[in-house]
Design a protein around this ligand. Structure first.
Ligand code: MN
Length: 278
């Protein structure tokens, strides 16, 4: 320990999130990461969960300064998490970034939910800029386990800085809401079909109208003994975290359905063309 390139050379780590400034996840992530590198912190000026990979093109982006933690500046933008990464890398760090870390999100980012997530897609934006990146989320309903998540964020960050990352790949890390000694290990997983955003909670507003809060669904069921039940198969992110593992899923922005290319080509390239139809 202590003799890696991480500590012998000053690394620059860009930190962002989608939950905005002042959150416990951001504070604890910064405290853990400032021990291994110089931090450039750029976060949205408001809650931006669910903003996915969206960017701001219809209005100018601005940067204002606040404090991330003692002695560390955080830049706030009116933009999205993806804007934060592009602005931070291109305008604040002038490209001299070694790693981008997004989080620590308060709540799982598993399965299908990764495509809605501003936390995860901030890491995707880093991959567009050819930078290694990880998104870190902590699950469970009880707050206050960011210590475990920041501990793993730091150790996985050090590993990525040491080993490098295939071009275009970014990592989605989910840490169970457990004390460190109860974590069973780190599992490299594939995405499940998990989503917590597939229903609406219908409410009355104070003026008598109807409104809809999205994402109140909890895909987990509990047995009478309090055990977690879910549909996620072994090898997937959701299965791993409910077994007590930290889940690490390598992701890419290329959504091409490689398996369907050859089966779709014969009929779509012919029957889909008006002049080629018989
Ligand atoms: Mn969030």
């Amino acid at each position: 320990m202590g003799d890696s390139i991480v500590t012998s050379k000053a690394m620059t780590i860009l930190v962002t999130n989608d939950d905005g400034p002042g959150t416990e996840g951001l504070k604890q992530l910064c405290e853990a990461l400032r021990e291994i590198g110089e931090l450039v912190v750029v976060v949205p000026d408001r809650q931006r969960s669910g903003s996915s990979h969206s960017i701001t093109t219809a209005e100018p982006l601005r940067l204002t300064e606040t404090k991330a933690v003692d002695g560390l500046t955080a830049y706030l933008t009116n933009g999205t998490p993806a804007d934060c990464v592009a602005l931070g890398v291109g305008e604040l760090a002038k490209g001299a970034v070694d790693l981008v870390i997004s989080g620590i999100n308060h709540g799982w980012n598993l399965g299908i939910d990764t495509s809605y997530s501003g936390t995860v897609m901030a890491a995707a934006e880093a991959s567009v800029l050819s930078l290694p990146a990880l998104a870190v989320s902590v699950g469970g309903s009880e707050p206050g386990r960011f210590t475990t998540a920041s501990h793993f964020a730091r150790s996985i960050a050090e590993s990525v800085l040491r080993e490098g990352m295939p071009g275009g790949t970014f990592l989605n890390v989910n840490v169970p809401n457990l004390p460190p000694e109860e974590i069973k290990g780190v599992a490299v997983t594939s995405l499940s079909r998990w989503t917590s955003c597939d229903n609406f909670d219908r409410r009355r507003d104070p003026r008598g109208g109807t409104c809809f809060w999205r994402g109140g669904n909890n895909p987990v069921r509990f047995t009478p003994e309090g055990k977690v039940e879910h549909n996620a198969p072994p090898g997937t992110d959701a299965h791993a975290v409910f077994q007590g593992f930290v889940s690490v899923t390598p992701l890419r922005l290329d959504f091409t359905d490689i398996e369907s290319l050859s089966s779709l080509r014969p009929w779509l390239e012919v029957a889909g063309h008006p002049a080629k139809r018989g």
